[in-house]
Design a binder for this molecule. Sequence first.
Ligand code: GLA
Length: 386
Amino acid sequence: MTVNELKEKFISRYGAGEFHGFFSPGRVNLIGEHTDYNGGFVFPCALSFGAYLFLRKTDRKSVRFASLNLPFETEVKLEDLDKKVGKEWVNYPIGVFAQFLKKGVKFEQGADILVFGDVPNGAGLSSSAALEMVTAIAVNESWEIGLDRLELIKMSQKAEHEFAGVMCGIMDQFASGMGKEGHAIFLNCDTLDYDLVPVELDGIKIVISNTNSPHKLDSGMYNLRVSECHAAVEAISKYKPIKVLAQVSWDEFLQLEDKIENEAARKRARHVISEIERTEEAVKQLRAGNIEEFGRLMNGSHDSLRDDYEVTGHELDTMVDEARKIEGVIGSRMTGGGFGGCTVSLVKDEAIDTFIAEVGKNYELKTGLKPAFYVAEIGDGAKRLF
Ligand code: GLA
């Protein structure tokens, strides 16, 4: 849907008059998976699709929420903007309003809100972070609250913790908030220092393959991984006091690995610590123009997520295995939280048609699911549209 079409939808629902539009993108992570909540590096980029939010302030003492994607709509009193509404999608925007209330912001006026998302839901491309971030910038600008972008990113992450129950790291909200067209974000999730690295892939495209197996990134499995990492930190701390796994180098890990008695904790730590080094190396290689090496590291990332972090599963593994069989594929891996969702592959231009045809056919044969493919465009982070 175009912005003009969305405007019309807003007017036909809420009537004519002044209102404003905002957008915040989904993201694809090129490498650095499950490292963010361990203080490590990530390397995501913002996509050209994401979440749109149109907002008009009103004199009512409530906020009306509606979506063009899902039928549920509701009206919430201003004083209830910190309360969950069942398991509905509105918990993402309400979770963000709640963070403003926590900061002492007093909403005197209500609003009419219409949202629309073109990120496939549950595909591991951060549809939820996009919705949180677009709410955060829309509220911040519409009520002239004046918080800076980083604060809004942190508030969006908090909304995810408190209203969706997923104890996520900061990568998704950061990528959605800070993305820049043509660039990936090399982010140190401990210090939040970051570099925008140009992604100039001559004759190569980033292809996202959706397994169409909804990522079961329910709080359960994700939060379990988070706690297994905490267990590894605790075990290692008996020998070297650390707060996050990122404080352990790969060489140190090799010395300490046998001392982590719990097998799950040991494997999770092995993935995280190796992935942090792979990510740093991958960015170095990309900067040096060694794209083949970058692809090799992407493959290593997937294998580690499959064998040690155990977050891939039949669909993601099949998609990656089939992709790697195609000549002209530089690298392929799962992206996002895992357990379904999408893979990301670097594919030479001339191989893209074959990739889509062959991987599509073989994946469907092996899983019974019809996949979807998108050639990614790296877009800008959250912004006001009008
Ligand atoms: C989800 C989380 C992120 C990150 C990734 C895995 O997308 O929201 O914070 O942990 O999984 O890298």
